[in-house]
Write a protein that binds this ligand. Structure first.
Ligand SMILES: [Zn+2]
Length: 419
């Protein structure tokens, strides 16, 4: 009945009105492509399927590292991992990242503080050198150092950065740019494009738009999206455009600012799987098909929830990151020559887990206490799988992580001053 009425209505509407209606909806579709900031319920964890086992993943007998997937949980201390794991899998269960067979600890201090920020920590993890808080890809005397991504690229490897913050935020910036201050996001965005990193997936489109665009975050006329397209990038803004992109260089900017991490955007895990596909294909197109890829993925917003001292938000963001780690491990186990390294840049919030209930009454829930709205100086974990993984056992400085990756990829020297 209803469909008949509908059909009759369509039949009686003049064609010209239909065309106007169609035109309007097309215009709306073309201008309002940003995903809506849907209200996120931090307590709804139904997107996450916990591991059915707490067993470690198998250790590989291979020794040759072909690909590296470096996963960084921003602000993800040991307690953030423990809380998320115990929430979804019980006190004896594990997150996927906890199933990586090799574990170690990482010290995170910077040159000017025992408590690092994400810029100095990102620089340590990317370039293998310590710097002052706020600085990106250079030592305190402003000498730029190549990142592990840049040296891998120079060796012929395909490269990628996948994040949930703005593309030019401190952690991804450390892998693909060199600036005195993390606040110089327009300059960072420019360097990321000029570095021709194969995969750039994240938020922060505003730093890629020229100032003539009302949504721009730039103070110049540089149109980085046009520049990227001229340089051969396929540019995508939505999940459906992403699905269709089959180039060796893909720029995916899914929000003007940071990602919302809501269900309407491609998730970090989805972005990770796509990045791996693009990098594998880019690798086939390289002159010598023997080279692999280097991919950094970041769960950028664990830090932000911990700054706000929101435990449920921290759990949700840790699980979104863990899903991406699972995607990386899934590929690595099939590939056999992929090293997966998972760590954090620092801990945020000084999260402490204490007894929240009465265990005698069967109420053994954990309660969360915070000691700061900033970062803490506590060591963070490192988890590794694949060829060379055992090198990450023990307690180490954050600068040692990329140095070890460089050794495994036969990149020398490292650290390496940028010419
Ligand atoms: Zn932070």
């Amino acid at each position: 009945m209803r469909s008949t009425v509908h059909a009759l209505w369509i039949a009686t509407v003049p064609l010209s009105i239909l065309i106007v209606l169609l035109g309007t909806s097309l215009t709306i579709a073309a201008t309002t492509f940003d995903y809506q900031t849907t209200k996120i319920d931090p307590n709804n964890l139904s997107f996450y399927e916990p591991s059915i086992t707490a067993e470690s993943y198998p250790q590989t007998s291979a020794t040759q590292v072909r690909n590296v997937i470096f996963c960084i949980g921003d602000g993800m201390g040991i307690n953030q991992v423990t809380l998320a794991g115990s929430t979804v899998a019980g006190p004896g269960g594990k997150l996927y990242l906890e199933r990586l067979p090799v574990t170690g600890l990482v010290r995170t201090y910077s040159t000017d503080s025992r408590v690092t920020d994400s810029a100095a920590a990102g620089t340590a993890l990317a370039c293998g050198v310590k710097t002052k808080n706020g600085m990106i890809g250079m030592t305190p005397d402003e000498q730029a150092y190549c990142s592990i991504l840049e040296t891998a690229k120079a060796k012929g490897m395909a490269t990628g950065l996948v994040v949930t913050c703005t593309m030019s935020h401190a952690t991804p910036a450390s892998f693909g740019s060199h600036v005195k201050s993390r606040k110089l996001e327009p300059a960072i965005a420019e360097q990321l494009i000029d570095n021709r990193i194969n995969v750039l997936f994240g938020g922060g489109r505003k730093y890629f738009l020229p100032q003539s665009d009302p949504n721009s975050g730039r103070k110049d006329d540089i149109d980085l999206i046009a520049r990227a397209q001229t340089a051969g990038y396929t540019y995508v803004r939505t999940a459906s455009e992403l699905a269709k992109a089959d180039d060796s260089h893909v720029l995916g900017l899914f929000q003007l600012d940071a990602l919302t991490t809501g269900a309407s955007e491609p998730s970090l895990a989805k972005l990770t799987r796509k990045a791996i596909r693009v990098l594998k294909r880019a690798n086939l197109e390289s002159i010598d098909g023997r080279y692999g890829f280097f991919l950094m993925i970041e769960g950028s917003q664990i830090d932000w929830e911990c700054h706000a001292n929101k435990a449920n938000g921290a759990i949700r963001q840790t699980l979104l990151f863990d899903q991406a780690v699972e995607a990386a491990v899934d590929f690595a186990l099939k590939d056999g020559h992929t090293l997966v390294v998972v760590t954090a840049d620092h801990e945020t919030g000084g999260m402490t887990l204490i007894g929240g209930g009465n265990e005698d009454k069967g109420d053994a829930e954990l309660a969360v206490k915070w000691s700061t709205k900033g970062h803490s100086g506590t060591p963070v974990g490192v988890w590794a799988l694949g060829p060379g993984a055992t090198r990450f056992a023990g307690i180490q400085d954050n600068t040692e992580i990329p140095r070890k990756i460089a050794q495994l990829l036969d990149i020398r020297p490292f650290p390496q001053q940028k010419k």
